[in-house]
Design a protein around this ligand. Sequence first.
Ligand code: GLA
Length: 517
Amino acid sequence: MKTNLRIAAILTIATLVFVVHLGAAPAAGLGQAILTPKPPLEPRINGPSVYGGRPGHPFFYRIPCTGQRPIDFSATGLPGSLKLDRQTGIITGSTPNQRGNYVVTFGAKNARGSARRSFKIVVGDMLALTPPMGWSDWYTRYNRVTDALMRQAAEAMLASGMADFGYQYVNIDDCWMVKPGAKDPELDGPPRDASGAIQPNHRFPDMRALTDYIHSKGLKAGIYTSPGPLTCAGFVGSYQHEQIDARTFAEWGFDLLKYDWCSYGTVGGKTLEDYQKPYKLMGAILRGLDRDIVFNLCQYGMGQVSKWGGEVGGNSWRTTDDLGLRKETKLPGFYSIGFKNALHAEDAGPGRWNDPDYILIGYLGNAFKSEESPEPTALNGDEQYSYMSMWALMAAPLFFSGDLRMQYLDDFTLNVLCNAEVIAVDQDALGKQARIVRHTDDEFVLAKPLEDASLAVGLFNLTESSKPITVTWRDLGLRGGHRVRNLWRQKDGGTVDSQYSTRVNRHGVVLVRLIPQ
Ligand code: GLA
C-alpha cells in the first residue's frame, strides 16, 4: 500500500512538473478566465498613499512598483533620517523624532517610461493606517514550518511579483516554538532559557538571521504566539511571559504579532473584562517597545471584539472562527465569514481593521498530513473573484496563505491576488469598510466610499445561475452622472446617472468604481 502511495505521489509530481514545463497553469485556475490585463512595462507605483510609524523607531519600506527592471527610484522630500536605495526602491533608517506628516513623492523610471506618486508618512502613535498585506504560512505549512521555508517564502514574494503590488509581511504562524511532549526531536527541547526567554524549536536556528534575511528583501516579518500556556497547535505560549516574549520578538526584529487566544480559556474567565485582559496587557507592552509591531488580535470575535480591539492597541482582529475549518453549506465558506465580518463595518478605520481571516486560494496544504500535499482550491474562478472583492471592499487585511512556490502559484491565482485597482480599494487612505447596501438570499451588495469621492461597489450573485443585479442611486446615496470603471477588467464603461445594472455570474461578482463626473 505504502509503495503504491509513493508511486502515486511520484506520478503526481511528475505530472505537475510536466504541466509546469508545458507552461500551462496547474488546476487552481484551470479553465477560468483571467480578467485582468498584465501590468504595463512602464513603471506603476502601487501600495498605500499613507503610512504610519512611531517617532524614532526603525523604518523600512520597499516601494511596491511594477514594470520592467531596472527601475531607477527616487523619493523627493524624504526626511533626513531615511535613506532610499535607488536600485531596489527600499527605504531604510528611522522614523523622524518629530511627530507630524511628511509628504514624500516617489518616482520610478525605466527604459519605457516613468511614474510618480505621493506618499504621506504620518509620524505619531498609529500603525497600519491601511490594512496590512502579506502572506502567512499557516494554510500551506502548518506544523511543518521551518526557517528555510520562510526564507523561500520571502524570495517567492519578490519573484512572483506580489511584493510589487504591496504584499509586504511574511508571517510565521503557529509551530515555531517548542512543543511540550513532542515525539519529533526537532520540536523538542527546553522551551525557555535560564532567563525565561522563549526558544524557537530546532527548525529555527537563528530568528534574528531570519528576519535580517526577510528585511534584506525589503519585506517585513510577522510572528505568532498565544496569551495562553499553549498555542492552538499545542506549542509553548506566552502566558506569564508576556513582557519577555514581546521584548524578544522586538530584539529578533519582528514587525507584526498575531496573538491567538487558543488555551487562554483554561487560565482566564468568560466576562468581557476577561476577554480584554490579555490583549490589553500585550497591547500596552507593544506600545512601550522601541520598535513598531503591528498587533493582530485573534480570538474569533468573542465579546464583540470589533468594539474594543482598537482601544486595547489592536490594529486588526479576527471577527470569526477559522475560515479554513468552515463547513461549506450552499455557498463556499468565505461567503458566510464575509457576511459576518461585513456587519462590523462601522468599527473599522485607519489603524483598526476587521479581519475575516486569510485568503485561501491557489494550492493549500493539509494540517493532518505529516508531509506536504498541496491541493488546488475547490473554489471556481467566479468564487475567487468574489472572495477577493469582498475582502477588498471590507478593507480587510490581505494575507494570502496558499502555496507561494512558482509551480503552484498559477497565473489565475496571481491575477486574483494582484490586480492593482482592486487592491487600491482595500488600501484606500480614507480607511472606510464597505457598508451593506443589500443582503437577500439572492444578492449581496457592498459599497465602499473612497478618498477621491468615488464609490467602490460590489454586486454579488448568491444564486445558482447567472442573473442581472441593479443598484439605484437611491440605494447608494449618489446623485448625478458617474463613470463606471470595471475593476477586474480595468476597463471604463459608460456614464450612468440614476442606476447601475449588470449581469453577474453564478456565485460571481461585478466590482466597479463609480466616479462622479
Ligand atoms: C487558530 C487560528 C488560526 C491559526 C491556528 C494555529 O486556529 O485561528 O488562524 O493561527 O490557530 O494553530
